[in-house]
Structures are given as structure tokens and as C-alpha cells.
Ligand binder design. Structure first.
Ligand code: P6P
Length: 350
């Protein structure tokens, strides 16, 4: 029996009815995020045709060349969300400081931290790239929002999700009531519910990490990845290596198939490479809501208390059993892992 194709708007209204705490303004904000995604998608799919590729010549706060699509995505999200009247302040990977709501707009009750176009270095190769967003309640009580409103632990997020632009464009979000995936249908201009209530497998057979950094890893990370590659059928090893180099693409594949993504600390990047506010915290909320987990190797990502907008963290995320094993190796407590797998006769057949 074909499932009725719910649009994102219909799904949001359904969630609002089922969860009275959800406010209409919240639905409105998520609907505008979808509108921004459609706007960005239109440019991404045309990128190779309208010479929007290449560099603006500008650089972002991290000294990275800003590609035109990065700037376009950042401006589209700011313009569309800024006019909702729901926001107190925004923060973006592309901006050194917080972004106040546009002049003349009322100051709302929500905060959006976002990465407008993650994986942008892949734009020219037509590899999947993505937008990542995190919605928080404002905590200051008067005037415009401030950086304090942006710097909150991930466990305080009201919603989080991502848009992945690629062969088909998907929007995946959670408001704390499960994870739901929508596929964009260009002929209708709508995101249609295609992946209701996504659940990540307890364990996968995929690991995603940039092995080019091997020489810079800690001994614990080296031992973990070496262990995953050993030939031991009884404990479901070796695992398969899959690494796109675009966080949203690697995360999304592991969310559906199971597995673990790691961007650990290393000698080059003592805090890792990925940012807490607009990359790790939103994806950690999605992962946990799908039954997965996310840590920095020791602490739960959602419990980190960020002290600066662009703060980085080591990042492990994915199937809970895989993340736990990675943590044991990183914490040098891995002796029991192989024995435990044998004891539990863990078999992973995908
Ligand atoms: P590396 C893309 O630049 C990004 O920010 C993430 O999307 C991706 O997971 C990571 O960096 C890839 O980094 O060092 O492996 O190229």
C-alpha cells in the first residue's frame, strides 16, 4: 500500500497537534528553514551552469576561501529566517560574530546557529554538501539577542537537522520527537516525508575517518582503527571504510546504514576540526533522537558548554555500540572490547 506523501508543512502541523508544547511559531520557523533549503538547492543544482562556482575572493573567519555558494547560502538563510520575526539572534560559520535580526524586525524567542553550506570544498566536484541548523530558546530577556543566547549546551536545543543537497535533496530534522527525513520533489516544490522515524542500527559495519591524519592521531585512535581493520569474522571485522569528506553526507549514510564517524583530535588539530555549535551539537541531537550517540571521546557532545561561537571539539557519532567501542579505545580501556564482542557473538550482517 503506498503511504500518503505528507509534505513537511503537513508533518509539522501533525507534530504540533501531537505535541502541544510545540508552538505555531516553531512550525513557522521550520517551514522557513525549508524555504531557505529550496532556495539554496536551486542554486546548488545549477552551480555548474551559471558560473556561480569559484571564489568571491573573500575569506571567512577561518581564513578559508569563501565560495560564492557559501555566501549565497548564508545570505539566503539570513534573509528568509530574519523576516520570520521569530529570532532573537543568529550565528553562522561564515560570520565571526553573532548576526542580529534585520533592522525593523521584531525580536523573537528563538536562536538559530547554522553552517550554511558544509563541505563546500566539494562543491566543484558535485559531491553532496549540506546545511546544518540548530534551534535554541533565547535566554536573555530584553533587547536584541546576544552571543550568550548562542552559547548554550546542545541538550538545550529545541530542534536540529540538516539539508543534504545531492542526487536527491533531503531535509532531516528532529524536534525531540524522533527523526524524520523528507525528500525534495522538484516538480511539486515540496519536501515529502520519505523516511519517517529514522532509527540508526545499534551497530554498523562502516567507519568514516580521514586516514590521511593517521600519523597525527593519539595511540588510542590508531589502535581503534587498526582493530576495526583486523580480519576476525567471529566479531564482524573488518569494517568497511567510507569517507566522503562532507560531514552531512558521511553522517547521513551512517544514520541510515549504521556505523561510526570520527573526526578525532590530533597533533595538527588538538581540539579536532569540527565546530560544536553548528556542526556537532545539531548532528548529535539527530543521532541521539535516532537511537545513536555522540561524544568527544569522553563526554557527551550535548553536554558540552561552548564558550566561543567557533569552538571545535573532537567528534565521534553514530551507532551507540560503535561509538562506545571507540571511546574505550580512546580512553585506553579497550582490552575487554574484543572479548565482549566474542561473548555477545555480535554479528552484523548488512
Ligand atoms: P578533512 C568539510 O570541509 C568539513 O568541514 C566537513 O564537512 C568534513 O567532515 C570535514 O571538513 C573533512 O575534513 O580534514 O577530512 O578534509
Amino acid at each position: 500500500m503506498t503511504r500518503q506523501a505528507l509534505t513537511l508543512s503537513q508533518h509539522l502541523l501533525q507534530m504540533e497537534r501531537e505535541h502541544p508544547r510545540a508552538k505555531g511559531e516553531f512550525t513557522d520557523l521550520l517551514s522557513h528553514i525549508a524555504l531557505a533549503a529550496k532556495t539554496i538547492n536551486r542554486e546548488v543544482v545549477r552551480a555548474g551552469l551559471v558560473d556561480i562556482l569559484g571564489y568571491t575572493g573573500a575569506e571567512n573567519v577561518h581564513g578559508e576561501k569563501v565560495q560564492k555558494l557559501d555566501q549565497f547560502a548564508r545570505d539566503a538563510i539570513y534573509r528568509i529566517l530574519g523576516q520570520t520575526g521569530q529570532l532573537a539572534v543568529l550565528a553562522s560559520e561564515e560570520d565571526e560574530d553573532v548576526i542580529p535580526v534585520p533592522p525593523g524586525q521584531p525580536v523573537g524567542r528563538y536562536v538559530v546557529n547554522f553552517d550554511p553550506l558544509d563541505g563546500s570544498s566539494n562543491i566543484n566536484a558535485n559531491v553532496n554538501i549540506g546545511t546544518i541548523f540548530s534551534i535554541l530558546p533565547r535566554i536573555t530577556t530584553e533587547g536584541s539577542g546576544t552571543v550568550r543566547d548562542c552559547l548554550q549546551a546542545g541538550r538545550r536545543q529545541l530542534a536540529a537537522g540538516y539539508v543534504m543537497y545531492g542526487s536527491s535533496t533531503m531535509l532531516v530534522y528532529t524536534t525531540g520527537h524522533g527523526v524524520h527525513g523528507f525528500t525534495f520533489e522538484p516538480s511539486l516544490g515540496e519536501f515529502l516525508l520519505s523516511h519517517p522515524d529514522i532509527r540508526i542500527p545499534a551497530r554498523g559495519r562502516i567507519y568514516s575517518v580521514n586516514e590521511g591524519n593517521y600519523a597525527h592521531w593519539t595511540e588510542g585512535v590508531k589502535r581503534y582503527v587498526d582493530w576495526l581493520k583486523m580480519d576476525d569474522r567471529e566479531t564482524g571485522r573488518p569494517h568497511s571504510s567510507r569517507y566522503v569528506g562532507s560531514l552531512v553526507a558521511d553522517f547521513h549514510r551512517n544514520l541510515l546504514y549504521g556505523g561510526v564517524f570520527l573526526y578525532p583530535a590530533d597533533r595538527k588539530s588538538p581540539q579536532g576540526k569540527l565546530r560544536v555549535l553548528y556542526e556537532c551539537a545539531p548532528l548529535a541531537m539527530v543521532a541521539e533522537q535516532a537511537g545513536g550517540s555522540a561524544s568527544d571521546g569522553v563526554r557527551r557532545i550535548l553536554d558540552l558548554e561552548p564558550t566561543s561561537l567557533h569552538e571545535k571539539t573532537p567528534f565521534l557519532v553514530g551507532s551507540p555500540q560503535d561509538v562506545r567501542e571507540a571511546e574505550l579505545f580512546i580512553q585506553e580501556r579497550h582490552q575487554a572490547v574484543t572479548a565482549d564482542r566474542r561473548l555477545n557473538h555480535v554479528r552484523v550482517d548488512l
